[in-house]
Every structure is written in structure tokens, then in C-alpha cells.
Design a protein around this ligand. Structure first.
Ligand code: BGC
Length: 747
């Protein structure tokens, strides 16, 4: 039909349609005219403006809060009618066609703590640390698109997914939800995940702005940090994630920064986010993070989430009263509503409404996505005498501990996914938030047995050390699975594996020198037995395809290519804050507030988080950021860095000099002329067949060569001689080096 559209016949067709409309009108039937904001050709800003102009004050205020939408509301309210059971809900506006907002946690897959919701299972991604360790934004985007698709099919259109808080302390119980210690890596990986989610017309939320660095005292602690240090670290991660992902929403956190609550901080929400970064979307609060109406609104908070968690329904009557008193202007109320609407248009929530049960998930296909994220992100830390990869012709394999017969561990709290297939283990404490602990039903034991069909693969659960030792003694190789459950709302007391697992590993390693340890943890842990082990694989929390991924890595069906997104400490003593008072205690512990430091001095390390701290103090971690072994070897040469048209480009050649296919992560670090510590300025993962080589071009992020100038709010490349390193970790062992002199430049 298309070609005839502009031909003469069109006007007679038009006349016929007009006649038909007149006839229908005579019977009282009027053809609905799409309202002006539904013109998809207009920009999201123009559409939001038109819709706003049609809204009453009541309708605007209705957008400025969400309702908690799970049973167990802190104020006893029922789940709102029309809400899917989830973190929050905003009722639709039928008069104007504004869709309901069905809001779910989804950092690691569509969350559904405790399987509360009917038909509530979903694909569990591995820990975000695994996504970060993959150093592969394209894969992170694919994983995001998978979550987006699952959310969309369940009717969710807003996801609380996009944790990008920098890892400042390896005791933080939520580090598994975040993407490590480096702003460039975290920002690019989380930005790609957000972009993937939103490609499915589901709005994503980058969180928790800002410096939500530990869980201990998260509602009261103030993070003390200078403006420049914050901009060059945690805020840079947000800035980059927002640029890459363009999230519809940003969540302000629970903690305070320099005395000001995150959700009342004009410095964070308005100056940095909305002015300096020109963020056009909206800010929602964390659940129970709001303490005022006028102050929060004027600071830049646009939507109060689940007011039942706050002392008051601040963005209800108190905000209206503040408006009446002139403490908040009408322009700001309009701005709040406009920002929300603009994001809904930008992500496509009006034009592509999410539909519950729009179709079954591709469960197997999605598990494969989760499996690939784990395969790309598990990090091989040690491989003495090439004990790995295991040979499929082994006769006897001992698998020990970690419930490896049933599945793989997941982290706890609001991000927990009730996995397809259900919890692999019977209920374990804590029954209540942040529990119950979940194991994804992807058994490493079964996957190992599948890859070694001729072997006798035996399992010992590990509680009985003597039985585990006897099994290990009789085997060609012993694979010990060690777990540590970590969760939102609580930090770990230290780096130790719990429940006597160190003693178990020592005993097994003494019985069998070919002992391989697989760690399922939310953070780096102490490994007192390291020298006695043959190999160690950091598998993080491995997700829905975790068992298969681990087996593939152990047998070399997949060559390990994950690289540490964090510095693995030898002990807490080498950290900026060796002591974290109250760490290890649950949030509900009586009197906890009196036992913690309510002001944490982040200026000790300032912007020098992780490997920068080690660089600055001249210490060496146990394993450096960027480190990870492979079953092949790589060589780098031909490293150059050039500036053209204001863009910085590194070039280098990477060769696979070994006998197996594999993926290498080329990392480019820079030292600034002002003597500040090392920074990752660019990276690229590349897959290479044995003997193959690739010429890589890596765009370097100019802000990593710059310092933040507080007075002008600009990034300034200071000028001078910059030293660049092409390396395979932040330890810079065997790195190629070049120097480049750059003039002073304001970015
Ligand atoms: C967490 C957020 C989460 C929210 C909703 C809070 O406790 O800090 O990350 O999105 O709950 O479940």
C-alpha cells in the first residue's frame, strides 16, 4: 500500500473517511484522537511538556511518590490494587494514559525475595562482580537486555538495577551487587547493563548516589570526603554509568555525605547530577531514605519511594504545605513531574507498555546468558603446576563442600532472585530479610560428572572433615567449594571463610596435593591455605548457569578470562580503615548505633580507592586489580598512545602465544605528571585463537588523565608528561610503557 499513499486517489479516500466519521458521530461515536504527547515523533522533552500542560496539580502530585507493593508494609498498608507484588507501585492515570509504574528490584535478575510473588521465579545473573570481572560491556549489555525482557514479560516497567557504588571496603555486604573498585570499569559495565535493560523499554535506576560504601550504620553514617576526591572516584563511576546507560532514574542512598543525607544533598542531586552532568531524568529515594519535604525537594529529590518506610509521607501533605508556604516553588513541583514523565517517554513506557504474561521466558536461553557472564567473569587466581584444566580422562574426582551437589550460592537482600527451579536448599536462617539464603539450582557436581563421564565423581558435604579427607585421599583431584553468604544491611566482620571451611581446605589439601578451591563469595576472602592449594577459582556468586560455567572452566571447555575488578587484600591491616566498628553485626542488633563510627573518614584514601591506594602506599595486595590467569599465554607489543582531535587513542598488538583459544583483557593505565597514583584509562577484551593476534585500538577516557577542579566544576588535564602502561594488571608486571606530553586542557 505504501507507494499509492501520495497518489490522487488519497483525497477521495480522505473524503470517504470524513464521511464515515460524520456518520459515526451522528450515532454518538467519536473516533479517539491521540493526545499530543502521544506523537512518538516528538522528543521526550516535548512530549513531557505537552503532557504536563494537561495535568492538574493533583495529577502531578500523584507522580511524586510510589507505594510499597509487597505484603508486610511497615505501616500495615495493604498491597495497592493493581500492583504486581514488588518493591513499589505508582497507580496509572487513566484520564491521561500515564501507565502504572510497576517497580521491581533487578540488579542481578528480576528479584522476588522469598518467592513472594505468584509465578515469581526468574533467571539469576551472577554477582555484578562477575559482570565487572568480564571486562566486557557488550556481554553486560546482553545480560541487561535479558533482565529487561524478563521484567517486561512480567509487567514490570521500572527496575531498581544499576548498583555502581565503588568497592572501598571488602567487608561491605553489598559489594556483590556492585561492579568493583574502579570508576572506569564500574561505570562502563553498569552503564552497559542499564542500556541493555532499557533497550527492552524498561526503565533502569542507577544507585545509590552516593558513597553508600558500607552497610554498617547505613542509615546514619556520614561519609566524610572532599569534593574533588568524591568527583574523581565514586561520582565518576556514576557520571560514566549515566553517560553510557542514560538511565531513566537515579536512586539516592541511605547514608549521609559530609553530614547531609544523600536524598537531601543539593551538592549531589542538583549540582553534580542535574547541573554538571545535565541529567534529564528523575531522582527517586531509597526505601526509607527521606527525612524532609521542602529540603529534599529543593535539593533535587523528585520521587519519594515507598513512604511507609519513612517517618512521614513527606511528598504528600507536607510537600503541599511547603508549596503553600512558598518553601517550594511551583516550578520545582513541575520540574519533578516533568522529569519523571520525560524518562517514561525516553525509555518507551508509553509506546511499548510492559505486559504481564506477554509470553514465557526463554528459560534455557536466559540461563545460557547467565552462564556466559559467569564463564567470562570467574577469575582463576592460582594454577600450580597446571593442575587445571582437568582432564576428562581422570578416574576419580572428589567434590567437597559448598552444597555443590545441589547448586551455587546467591547473595542476600533486596536483589535476591528466586531462581527458576526454586531454592536448591531447604530453608536456612535467617528466614527474614536479608534472608532467606538462596542457592541457584545449578549443581557443579552434576556438571562436573557430565564433563567426565568415565570418572567416578563422589561428593562429601564437608561437615565431616575426616570423611572429606578420606574421599580426597582416594581421588586424582579434589575440588573444594567454599562459600560465604553476604547480604544487604550487614557487613562481614572480617575476611574469613565461616564454619570451619579453612580447616576443611587445609585438611583436604594435606591429603591431596591436587586440591582445587572454588570460592563462592561476595568479596575477596582470606586464604590461609593458599600455598597448600593447587588452584583457586574465584567464582563470586555464580547465578543460574553457575554449575555448568564452573565445570566448563575447570575442564577447559571455556578458558578463564575474568580479571579481578578489585584488589585482593592479604589482610585488613593494609586497608585505609583496618577497623570498621560494628561490622559483622546485623542491622537489627540492639544498640548498634552506639557501637559504630557515625562518621567514616573516606578522605584517608580519598579518590585513591583500591589499586590506587596500594600504589600510593607502596604496598602489594595478594592479587592485584586486573589480574587473572588463563590456560594460554598472551604477549603484547607495539604500544603507542596518540592524541588526535582532542581524542586519546592507545594502540597495541596482542598475541595468543599458547596452544588454546582464549580472551585477553588489554589494560591501559596512566600516571599523571602531578604524581597522583595509577589510573585505569581504557581497556579492551579480545578473543584470540591459538597463534592469532589482534591490533587493538583503545579509546582512553580523558577524565582519567584529568583532575577535577572544584572552583570551576570542570575536569582539567594539567599538562605535562603522562606515562602510559599497557599491562595485564595494576601491578604493571612486564608492562609496555610510553610517554606523551600533553598541553593543559579544560575538558
Ligand atoms: C535497597 C535498594 C533497593 C530498595 C527496594 C533498599 O533497601 O537499598 O537497593 O532497591 O530497598 O527494595
Amino acid at each position: 500500500m505504501q507507494p499509492t499513499r501520495n497518489k490522487p486517489g488519497r483525497s477521495s479516500g480522505k473524503r470517504m473517511l470524513a464521511g464515515l466519521a460524520a456518520l459515526l458521530a451522528a450515532f454518538g461515536i467519536h473516533a479517539a484522537k491521540a493526545p499530543p504527547w502521544m506523537d512518538a515523533k516528538l522528543s521526550p522533552d516535548a512530549r513531557a511538556e505537552r503532557l504536563l500542560a494537561a495535568m492538574s496539580q493533583e495529577e502531578k502530585f500523584a507522580l511524586l511518590y510510589s507505594d510499597y507493593a509487597m505484603p508486610g508494609d511497615p505501616k500495615g498498608r495493604p498491597v495497592p490494587k493493581g500492583a504486581l507484588i514488588s518493591a513499589a507501585y505508582v497507580a496509572p492515570n487513566d484520564r491521561l494514559g500515564i501507565p502504572a509504574l510497576q517497580i521491581s528490584d533487578a540488579g542481578l535478575g528480576v528479584a522476588n525475595q522469598g518467592g513472594a510473588r505468584p509465578h515469581s521465579t526468574a533467571t539469576a545473573l551472577p554477582s555484578s562482580l562477575a559482570s565487572a570481572a568480564g571486562f566486557d560491556p557488550a556481554l553486560a549489555r546482553e545480560a541487561g537486555a535479558m533482565i529487561g525482557a524478563e521484567a517486561f514479560h512480567r509487567g514490570f516497567n521500572v527496575l531498581l538495577a544499576g548498583g555502581v557504588n565503588l568497592l572501598r571496603d571488602p567487608r561491605n555486604g553489598r559489594n556483590f551487587e556492585y561492579a568493583g573498585e574502579d570508576p572506569l570499569l564500574a561505570g562502563s559495565i553498569v552503564g552497559a547493563t542499564v542500556d541493555g535493560i532499557q533497550s527492552r523499554h524498561v526503565l533502569a535506576t542507577v544507585k545509590h548516589l552516593a558513597a553508600n560504601s558500607v552497610e554498617t550504620g547505613r542509615h546514619i553514617t556520614s561519609m566524610q570526603i572532599g569534593e574533588r576526591a568524591l568527583r574523581e572516584s565514586d561520582l565518576l563511576a556514576f557520571e560514566l554509568a549515566i553517560e553510557h546507560g542514560r538511565p531513566g532514574s537515579v536512586m539516592c542512598g541511605y547514608n549521609r555525605v559530609n553530614g547531609e543525607y544523600d536524598c537531601e544533598s543539593a551538592a549531589l542531586l542538583t549540582t553534580a547530577l542535574k547541573q554538571d552532568w545535565r541529567y534529564p531524568g528523575f531522582v527517586m529515594s531509597d526505601w526509607g531514605a527521606v527525612y524532609s519535604a521542602a529540603k529534599a525537594a529543593n535539593a533535587g529529590l523528585d520521587q519519594q519511594s515507598a513512604p511507609s518506610f519513612d517517618q512521614q509521607f513527606w511528598f504528600g501533605p507536607p510537600l503541599r504545605e511547603a508549596l503553600a508556604r512558598g518553601e517550594v516553588g511551583q516550578a520545582r513541583i513541575d520540574d519533578m513531574a516533568r522529569r519523571i514523565l520525560r524518562s517514561l517517554f525516553a525509555v518507551g513506557l508509553f509506546d511499548h507498555p510492559a505486559k504481564p504474561s506477554a509470553g514465557p521466558d526463554d528459560v534455557a536461553g536466559h540461563a545460557t546468558v547467565a552462564q556466559r557472564v559467569e564463564e567470562a567473569g570467574a577469575v582463576l587466581l592460582r594454577n600450580r603446576g597446571d593442575v587445571l584444566p582437568l582432564s576428562p580422562s581422570l578416574k576419580r574426582i572428589a567434590v567437597i563442600g559448598g552444597h555443590a551437589d545441589k547448586g551455587v550460592m546467591a547473595g542476600g537482600g533486596s536483589s535476591t532472585v528466586w531462581p527458576n527451579g526454586g531454592n536448591a536448599l531447604p530453608p536456612m536462617p535467617p528466614a527474614k530479610f536479608p534472608g532467606p539464603p538462596v542457592f541457584d539450582p545449578s549443581s557443579p557436581l552434576k556438571a562436573i560428572a557430565r564433563l567426565a563421564p568415565q570418572a567416578s565423581v563422589q561428593f562429601a558435604e564437608g561437615g565431616d572433615v575426616a570423611a572429606a579427607v578420606a574421599l580426597a585421599k582416594s581421588a586424582d583431584v579434589a575440588v573444594v567449594f567454599a562459600t560465604r553468604w553476604e547480604a544487604e544491611s550487614q557487613d562481614a566482620a572480617d575476611l574469613a571463610l565461616p564454619d570451619g571451611q579453612d580447616a576443611l581446605i587445609e585438611a583436604v589439601a594435606a591429603a591431596n596435593p591436587r586440591t582445587v578451591v572454588v570460592l563462592e563469595t561476595g568479596n575477596p576472602v582470606a586464604m590461609p591455605w593458599l600455598e597448600r592449594s593447587a588452584a583457586v577459582l574465584a567464582a563470586w556468586y555464580p547465578g543460574s548457569g553457575g554449575g555448568e560455567a564452573i565445570a566448563n572452566l575447570l575442564f577447559g571447555a571455556v578458558n578463564p578470562s575474568g580479571r579481578l575488578p578489585l584488589s585482593w587484600p592479604r589482610s585488613l591491616a593494609e586497608l585505609p580503615r583496618p577497623v570498621l566498628r560494628g561490622a559483622g553485626e546485623p542491622e537489627s542488633a540492639p544498640g548498634l548505633a552506639q557501637r559504630i563510627d557515625t562518621r567514616l573518614d573516606l578522605d584517608i584514601e580519598g579518590a585513591d580507592v583500591g589499586y590506587r591506594w596500594y600504589d600510593r602506599t607502596g604496598r602489594k595486595p595478594l592479587f592485584p586489580f586486573g589480574y587473572g590467569l588463563s590456560y594460554t599465554r598472551y604477549a603484547r607489543d607495539g604500544f603507542t598512545v596518540n592524541e588526535a582531535g582532542g581524542k586519546l587513542l592507545a594502540r597495541l598488538r596482542v598475541r595468543n602465544t599458547g596452544a588454546r583459544a582464549g580472551s585477553e583483557v588489554a589494560q591501559v593505565y596512566v600516571r599523571l605528571p602531578d604524581g597522583s597514583p595509577l589510573r585505569l584509562a581504557g581497556y579492551r577484551k579480545v578473543s584470540l585463537a591459538p597463534g592469532a593476534q589482534a591490533q587493538l585500538e583503545i579509546a582512553l577516557e580523558p577524565r582519567l588523565l584529568a583532575r577535577y577542579d572544584e572552583a570551576s566544576h570542570r575536569w582539567v588535564i594539567g599538562g605535562g608528561t603522562y606515562r602510559f602502561y599497557a599491562a595485564d594488571s595494576a601491578a604493571l608486571d612486564g608492562a609496555q610503557q610510553v610517554e606523551l606530553t600533553l598541553p593543559r586542557r579544560v575538558l
